[in-house]
Design a binder for this molecule. Sequence first.
Ligand code: FMN
Length: 434
Amino acid sequence: MSERKLCIGLSLATTWLTGNAWRRPESRVEKICQTDFYVDYARRAEAAKLDFLFRPDSLFLNPDTLNQSPGLAGVDPTLLLATLARETSRIGLVTTASTTFNHPYHVARSIQSLHWLSQGRAGWNIVTALDGNENFGMEVMPDADARYDRAMEFTELVQALWQSFPQAARLNDRAQGQYVNSAKIRPVNHQGPCFSVKGPLNVPASDFGRVPFLQAGASDRGRDFAARVADAIFAATPDLEAGAELVTDIRRRARDHGRDARAIRVLPGLSLFLGRTRVEAQALYRDTHADQNPQRKYAFIREALGLDVSELAPDQRLTPAQLPDPQRPVRSRTHADLLRRLIEREQPTVRELLLRPEVAGSAHWLVVGTPDDAVASILERFRAEAADGFVALPGGSDASLYLFLDEVVPKLVEQGVFRRDYAGSTFADHLGIT
Ligand SMILES: Cc1cc2nc3c(=O)[nH]c(=O)nc-3n(C[C@H](O)[C@H](O)[C@H](O)COP(=O)(O)O)c2cc1C
């Protein structure tokens, strides 16, 4: 068996502009809707031989959150990655498409198109989404069970559509004037609870192998869905124990579904505030988060836990006894459970709680330090099987991003846990899947 290696993605969600970072004179925030803004990052990530570029996405806009930071507002992820396909040649391009608000025919078409245009480098991050119902004619957000039922039907339908116009149907027979053998094009004829689709898809299957699937959402239903269909999970695991629990559980679920235990890579988000010294890195982190209005954090805690901490003294400790029913409906079970777990384990004060990544709404693994600190943290989690890799979310400035690519990644290569060069040319090749 080949030696286990890290799988590494770089988020292009401009995480290095969040907080106060976009206010730096050199941030180029005016350009975030233009291809040129991303080309240099994409090429550098490819020069570092990363597995993939990753663009999360949402289909709604909360103008209140835009007062202070650009957040996820920006261009369509699949279109952006299609423009980057021309500027790169090996790195995977993972787009995000919600199964709650899209239609499978559209998603099958746009991702198969990205796969063609990038010569086999497309990936699909499958999300069931958290907000946006009012943009799609729904008064309330469908509950998690309904979203995952729809996600399963949606995903199977996309796969069926991708097979509906196979390569073998294309004859390209100039002499006989026959472009396809239409008998080999198969309609899908799907009638299900959520969708009715005849097919076939109007984009042919490609020669480039399959499109790998990422998934985000780690509730019981989310994990089960991932165990059935995903090649990798984009996870929120703020500490090693949360990562180890997720990896163990996903390996077990994969086996239960008749898959190889290691078929699904767990890739936590890794927020990196890097400096040449720890003092420099801590200053970067502090400056990025200075003067932030705590109202969003209060609102996040209120929604996730049913607890209003805004009236409590900063030194008051929070205990599990203060938390209402753990099964009450929440926006994201994954994030609510992570927050509840933190209070059960650490009983933090209100002040301590407000400083934790779990209440920033992302709950990602955080390293504030030097490139060596980042390498040590990555090796620790990888060797403890608390992660199979990660999605890098550089923070503070693009200097942090460059330190990651120019120093952290080469050190991981030296340690023998990351590739020196690409062995293949498609995203599936990088993941070692067929
Ligand atoms: C780490 C992480 C990243 C996510 N990224 C996105 C995203 O980019 N777009 C989106 O619409 N939803 C995103 N989600 C939401 C999930 O797709 C899902 O709807 C949500 O977590 C609820 O599912 P759960 O109950 O399994 O957690 C993300 C969730 C997690 C945990």
